[in-house]
Design a binder for this molecule. Structure first.
Ligand code: ZN
Length: 238
């Protein structure tokens, strides 16, 4: 049978190009605080599963959901999948990436205190102090071993997302006196500015600058730090 193709064919999903022909974008429901999946320790992913169509689909759905809600990151347990996968954007110019079975190691006692929010704790902000420099090793979406030394905001995002894999939410670590609902946060700003005495971890040391340095995955955290250190110093001076 001959099928005539209309001359003015408008595709149903004109943008963006889909990685799986015939599969449309899926925006997943984000679990809210109180759902047990957010408190479970997530299961490691079998590396052999990474390149399967089912796993790629999960990664694409995570990326699409993160994009829909303008998140800097999203962890699989937040969409009711208790597996050790996070998607995150470390650096806006590089685009989002997928980390499977990530392992984090703090590289400094210095902390960076940042106001955080979470798609699973809707409408709140709170200040969390976290190690300002970390090493992370993971498998990427092709199953390759990768590693970074991260400093500043990228280190915060990585720790926030990877905490989800251990059933930890940022409000567990936030100074409770800094917690604010979003309309009040927008109106009054940081709660710690209203304190009579500033919190001890807000010292006078300058914040460490942002840095994303890819390092060979076979190095130990200490070896990776030694390799990355010259770049970290220059970003600190910026
Ligand atoms: Zn979160």
């Amino acid at each position: 049978m001959l099928v005539r193709v209309p001359t003015l064919y408008v595709p149903r999903y004109p943008t963006p190009p889909l990685s799986f022909p015939g599969v449309s974008v899926a925006i997943l429901k984000v679990a809210q605080m109180g759902h047990p999946v957010l408190r479970r320790v997530a299961e490691p992913v079998d590396p052999a599963a990474i390149r399967t169509p089912a796993f790629r689909r999960v990664c694409q759905d995570l990326l699409d959901t993160m994009d829909e809600y303008d998140g800097a990151g999203l962890a699989a347990p937040q969409v009711h999948l208790s597996v050790r996968v996070v998607v995150l954007t470390l650096d806006g110019s590089e685009g989002p990436e997928v980390w499977v079975n990530p392992v984090l190691t703090p590289l400094t006692d210095r902390t960076s205190a940042t106001y955080e929010g979470c798609l699973s704790v809707e409408g709140m902000r709170g200040r969390v102090a976290r190690p300002a420099r970390i090493h992370v090793r993971f498998l990427d979406d092709e199953g390759a071993e990768r590693a970074y030394v991260l400093q500043g905001f990228p280190a915060v995002v990585a720790q926030h997302e990877c905490d989800h894999l251990d059933g930890v939410l940022y409000i567990d670590k936030a100074d409770p006196r800094t917690l604010a609902f979003l309309p009040e946060f927008r109106k009054f700003g940081r709660m710690d500015e209203y304190e009579d005495a500033p919190p001890e971890d807000l010292d006078d040391e300058p914040e460490l600058g942002d840095a994303v340095i890819e390092v060979p995955a076979d190095l130990s955290a200490a070896e990776a730090l030694a390799l990355a250190e010259p770049h970290l110093l220059s970003s600190e001076e910026e």
